[in-house]
Design a protein around this ligand. Sequence first.
Ligand code: ADP
Length: 668
Amino acid sequence: MKALRNISIRTKLVLLASAAVLCALVMSSTGIIVNDIQMIRAATIEQLEVQARMMEFNSDGVLAFRDDEAAEDLLRSMSLQPAVEVACLLDTDNKVFAAYVKNEGEPLDLPPKLVEGAHVMPDGCIEIVMPVREDDGAEEPAGTLFIRANTDNIRNHITAQIRFIVLVSLASLLAAVTITTFLQNAISRPILRLSEAAQVITREEDYSIRVTRDSEDELGVLYHSFNQMLDALKSTHDEMASQAEKLAKEIGVRKRAEADLMVAKEAAEASNRAKSEFLANMSHEIRTPLTGILGFADVLLAGGDDGDVAKRIDYLSTIQASGKHLLTVINDILDLSKIESGRVEFEHEACHPDRIVDDVLRVLQVKADEKGLQLSVRWDTKVPRLIYTDQSRVRQALINLIGNSIKFTSKGSVEVVGRFVDYQGRPQIEYDVIDTGIGIMEAQLEKIFDPFVQADTSVTRRFGGTGLGLAITRKIARGLGGDLTAVSEVGDGSTFTMRIDCGDVSGIPFITPSEELRKRPTEIRRPAPRQVSTKINVLLVEDGDTNRKLIKLLLERAGAKVTTAEHGAIGVELALKRSFNVILMDMQMPVMDGYTAARRLRDEGLTLPIIALTAHTMTGDREKCLDAGCTDYLTKPINAELMFAAIERAMQSAAEEETVDAQADTAQ
Ligand code: ADP
């Protein structure tokens, strides 16, 4: 049964048709054969009975006269019937009187008891037992006629019939198989199409495939149901796909958000760490020189110099050196934070790329000479005669780089090599600063650009420095559209390469710098600032006791007469009451600040020079002071030389104005 279940529909259909045909044929043939047997047998019996009756009719007197010959002639007539095997006449005592045996010599083999009538025997023979009456009206029979006939005719007929039926069956089977094969296409092909469609859908997950219904039978209904199922499947699939897509998007968004959050967190942590590190470093860098300043000041106050002038000068020199270092640190920190916070606006002024190098080399030549180092510049290519950049920042960066090279080189040379390059389509100037100094270890190369990082603290202790120079220089280079990189070999020296944008140099001639250098006029050095005139009257408005005391001391030692005021309000009052040549005005003060005071004085019509003193050194601070009415601007801590120069300038311009005014008066 299982084997039957697994065979194809096509075979099943053929088997079904064949079985049906066979069944029908077997049943109908059996019916026909049974019917034929009965009919033939009945006809045979009837024939034998007719024969027997004729014999009985002709046997008149044969038994009465015991006429053997006549009896045997009569019985021999039975040979006309090929089916009759035995025919005999028995007398009233059931003794054989005359007999006919078809196959001579065979025994008669009569049944023990003779019952009148026709009998079908178990072996298929037919036996006829008929009483023989001499007289038609006689009551008692004169004997008995016995006939036995075989049924070979029936067997022969049935055999022929069966042969015929088998032939017909085979032909029917063939016809059935042919018809079924032809018909099964109508059933199995649509099913196969359905199965193929299902396979394609499963393989390609394409739920838009549909099977075309081309009949209205059960298969048509199956197709329709299949298509309906696909509709449902497609909408479920589409829904699931859109849900999955939504989910994937949500997961993507969440993952991105998580990643962003992680990045932001890491950035925040890194910036926090950097800030803490920066503050710790800054605190250390400030405290170190302060220790020297305060410590030696304490020693001096406690009379630690023992009245020895040499010792006092030594301690005071240490205090001065520490103070200068502290100032460098603070200036560098401010500079770095200004650049980092984007508060520095880089200028784009026209300047000579070669002259900037020359100026820097001129400044640093003294240091190189002190160490016996050869300091030189070389140009690899022609360069634009003018470029557009912030020359003071380029100068600052080159001073840092060349200054470092001189600092970290004990013998050999420091060479600057310049060239014009096209960097990713942008015209740039590249400066290499090459030294034959101590070099930097590979592991330190990137770190040295971080604030406060020094390659080797023992070296730094020897050479000094804040560890901020390269951080500032790289920021400057990047701010000017380029970058700063370094390569180095410990013991052999280092090469620092700084690139900066040239700006738009189209139309500007390219020159070979060395030639230009020869043609260039020698720089006119500015005269050193003179001491202030003894006659000048200065009003110093400053709230800080120390600064007031120090500036007053410096001015008086230079020969000036100094009046002091603790805040702007007193300053304004004094300035309006008395006559001064110049006012030095601190800008951050209690009661009235310098900006208000300067404005008030200008409002009152006062024209004398006001020089602003401020610790604010950010971009725009100078403009703020000038806007308030000041004529010049000095930053704290006060540099005596710069202060005298500023006073000098102020005096000169005031004198020039007076001359102009006097000339105007005369002209009138
Ligand atoms: P510093 O004020 O200490 O010079 P910088 O930021 O300018 O600070 O330099 C950082 C560190 O890089 C220096 O302390 C030094 O260790 C190393 N360095 C800089 N330039 C050179 C150089 N030309 N040769 C060797 N080491 C250098």
